[in-house]
Ligand binder design. Structure first.
Ligand SMILES: Cc1cc2nc3c(=O)[nH]c(=O)nc-3n(C[C@H](O)[C@H](O)[C@H](O)COP(=O)(O)O)c2cc1C
Length: 395
């Protein structure tokens, strides 16, 4: 039986020196990550993708200094730097869920253009019993039903305040959500949002409100125009100058679904919100799951992430850009695993892109591949820089 390491965060499989070298090489080279680091990590973690992510976060946390050493390899060319809310940024970041509790802020700050830790909620929540994230053999997509686990606001506050105290300057847009309660659903959620925003506002560059987690039924109560308006207003009032975004879920390609989504987004903007992150995972009922997963899946639903979402993401970027023209910021997320897909998303109107699932399969070196691929696509089309591409998309 392989030895475990016990830390304040829990128990993790002990990695040998050889494993660590494999991981370091894989962090720079996506082919090496997929061929060697990923199978090694899955082997050590009993094929549980969530345990793999936890082990990666733990390793990144304890080796943050090493990520600093490799960070020059991740330095973006200036053609890919754009302005978001007054800050110059490489618009390739982490998506929510990947670092729910802000454990790898320093390491991710060395590798990504920005990060979206969370979703942070006030009280610690265990979420559903494991196994609650699984994958298919021949695909990078993940199926998940975590049930909104979080170590809570105090824990996240400790991590982010410590990171800033040590001089950490990464751009951080934290994902947050106030939870509805029985009886006082919206009022309670708003009260919690107030606490989350006022507690974290000095440490972050912006907020992403996430009312669309597909496996948390109570959040459905928040998906009304009145609540979207009120949340935009609250964010604007309590966090002036900070980026204010809402995360939405994927919608099917029907006029009614589109209308419903645009009404919510419009209400958020009218309240004072600035942008949208699209898209959260696609909710599958258990009967719709691929057979190999259905047999062992213990939950009535699962959210699917990864390449399955790419078309939903591209369509919604296009829809939102067409509906609101130049007045909104749009961040895309959904299986962005190469420069060609990233290019399509920017061409459809995205301001920035985020990822989770592709990074679990290819490692952080994917940031470099996406940068290189984007550059190739832009050169081919005679586009001088990303800001120019974004301008063309907004016409
Ligand atoms: C295991 C798992 C947990 C997630 N948790 C969150 C979360 O806490 N908050 C959130 O807004 N999105 C969450 N997401 C959704 C991702 O942020 C992202 O929107 C989605 O996975 C699509 O992007 P990807 O294909 O790059 O993963 C989660 C996704 C996965 C796979």
């Amino acid at each position: 039986m392989r030895k475990k390491v016990t830390t304040q965060e829990g128990e993790f499989p002990r990695l040998s020196l050889r494993d660590k070298v494999t991981l370091l090489r894989g962090s720079i080279n996506t082919a090496h990550f997929k061929a060697h680091a990923r199978p090694m990590l899955y082997g050590r973690c009993g094929d549980d993708p969530e345990a793999v992510n936890d082990l990666l976060l733990e390793t990144l946390h304890t080796n943050a200094g090493k990520t600093k050493l490799i960070s020059p390899l991740f330095k973006p060319p200036k053609q890919l730097i754009i302005k978001i809310n007054g800050e110059h940024v490489l618009p390739l970041g982490t998506a929510a869920g990947m670092d729910k509790n802000g454990k790898a802020l320093e390491a991710f700050g060395n590798l990504f253009g920005f990060q979206e830790p969370g979703t942070v909620v006030i009280e610690p929540r265990l979420g559903n019993p494991r196994v609650r994230v699984t994958t298919l053999k021949d695909s990078i997509d993940l199926f998940n039903a975590p049930g909104f686990p979080s170590k809570g606001l105090d824990y996240f506050l400790k991590n982010i305040s410590e990171y800033r105290r040590k001089g950490g300057r990464a751009i951080i847009y934290v994902s947050i959500c106030g939870l509805p309660s029985e009886g006082r659903a919206t009022a309670n959620a708003m009260k919690e949002m107030e606490v989350l925003i006022t507690t974290l506002r000095t440490y972050v560059d912006g907020f992403v409100w996430n009312p669309f987690s597909p496996n948390t039924k109570a959040l459905e109560k928040l998906r009304t125009a009145a609540t979207f308006y009120e949340t935009g207003r609250l964010m604007d009032e309590l966090a002036p100058g900070k980026l204010k975004m809402v995360k939405i879920g994927p919608y099917d390609e029907t006029p009614a679904e589109l209308k419903k989504t645009l009404i919510l987004i419009n209400a958020f903007f009218e309240g004072g919100g600035q942008g949208v992150v699209t898209t959260n995972t696609y909710p599958f009922s258990k009967e719709m799951l691929p057979e190999s997963i259905r047999e062992k899946w213990g939950y009535p639903t699962a959210g699917r992430s990864g390449t399955f979402l790419t078309d939903y993401m591209l369509r919604s970027i296009n829809d939102i850009r067409n509906a609101f023209r130049d007045s909104v910021l749009i961040f895309g997320t959904g299986g962005i695993s190469d420069g060609i897909t990233a290019y399509k998303a920017f061409k459809a109107g995205a301001n920035a892109l985020e990822g989770y699932t592709p990074y679990v399969s290819y490692g952080p070196g994917l940031v470099r591949n996406i940068m290189d691929g984007l550059q190739t696509e832009m050169d081919r089309d005679g586009i001088k820089n990303l800001a120019h591409l974004q301008k063309l998309a907004r016409r």
